[in-house]
Ligand binder design. Structure first.
Ligand code: PMV
Length: 348
């Protein structure tokens, strides 16, 4: 993969005023975001780095509804409820404040990723919403401002604004600088032909939200500080490995960073355990693949599913091994995907 693949993607075309549609893809962190320093602004404690995928897009249309007294939000045709509904409304309030427009909106989202299963549906969801809402309300943010805006919906969404590999800076600013200093940007990578095999062992919603799990980990886990410190070193090494196109090093660093993140949660009080027996079965299979000479490395997020980093040329073999290990599960092969963008009138 060439570095220009990771160039920031600014929306190519503006949506017609009052209505805009956008598409965004999930991203998987190779250096994790785990823990906030500011819950309101969604500022992380550590920098993180991810790969945007080319599967599971989210498409969102936002249409202003002057005169309406409420926002109308649907996910896959079903009215949004509860926490998901509250977060979209809070996000629209932020956009309205920035645009200086009072109008409510109709928001229609089509998600192709299983929601709430640690498969980053909030990343693609809020990246698509940020682009579509900015278009509909007549804002014209550059890629950095768009990343900061998406961050306010869900932290990991800041990275889905960009194609390929992106780093999200935690930022150190306080006061009025706090919001400005935390955004994602593309990371240069050398020729690397990576794939992430997404092993879905359970597509149901998770028992503990990542928001709650992060808070509990930061507040109670004696391991959190040690992981956060070592994650900074992991990031520096990861950048070097990506620049050199060294997939083995990228995989080793990603795997240890993810295991470390899960160790912090297991030590939280009470513990947060997302890993299931099926997760461990896949992790064993990944080790076996390595013993058989196939470079394959695992990472896991706030759920039991495993994402396996490997060479594109090995992806089908890795996916097949995962399917055999967990016959009830599924394996999807993803490559580096595009950044968030506006769609034109024909939905393209
Ligand atoms: O952005 P959130 O609140 O969905 O948190 C995502 C956290 C992890 O997926 C576990 C790690 C990451 O960096 O994406």
């Amino acid at each position: 993969m060439r570095s220009e693949h990771a160039t920031p993607v600014r929306p190519q075309e503006q949506g017609s005023a009052g209505s805009a549609a956008a598409v965004a893809h999930p991203n998987i962190a190779l250096i994790k975001y785990w823990g906030k320093r500011d819950e309101q602004l969604i500022l992380p404690r550590t920098d993180s780095l991810s790969m945007t995928l080319d599967i599971f897009p989210t498409t969102t249309r936002v249409r202003l509804a002057p005169g309406a007294s409420n926002d109308d939000v649907t996910f896959n045709g079903v009215p949004a409820t509860g926490e998901a509904h509250r977060r979209v409304i809070a996000f629209l309030e932020l956009v309205r404040e920035r645009a200086g427009l009072p109008h409510r909106a109709v928001v229609e989202t089509e998600n192709t990723v299983p929601t709430g299963a640690g498969l980053a549906s909030s990343a693609s969801g809020f990246a698509a919403l940020a682009v579509a809402a900015a278009g509909a309300y007549g804002l014209d943010p550059d890629a950095t401002a768009l990343s900061r805006l998406a961050r306010r919906g869900s932290g990991s969404a800041s990275r889905s604004v960009f194609a390929g590999f992106a780093v999200w800076h935690a930022g150190r600013g306080t006061g009025t600088d706090a919001d400005l200093c935390s955004y994602a940007e593309p990371v240069p990578v050398a020729d690397l032909d990576p794939a992430l095999v997404v092993a879905v062992v359970n597509a149901g919603p998770k028992a503990v939200s990542s928001r709650e799990a992060m808070r509990r980990t930061v507040d109670t886990s004696p391991l959190y500080g040690a992981w956060a410190d070592s994650s900074g070193d992991d990031l520096a090494e990861m950048r070097t490995a990506l620049r050199l196109g060294d997939l083995d090093a990228v995989g080793e660093i990603a795997e240890r960073n993810a295991f470390g993140m899960h160790a912090t949660m297991l030590a939280a009080r009470p513990a947060v355990r997302y890993l299931s027996s099926a997760t461990l079965t896949v992790l064993d299979r990944v080790l076996q693949l390595r013993r058989d000479g196939v470079p394959a490395y695992a990472t896991m997020d706030a759920g039991p599913n495993v994402k396996v980093l490997c060479h594109r040329a090995d992806a089908d073999r890795v996916a097949e091994a995962v399917r055999r290990a967990v016959p009830d599960g599924a394996a999807h092969v993803a490559g580096p995907g595009p950044g968030a963008r506006l769609l034109n009138e024909d939905g393209r």
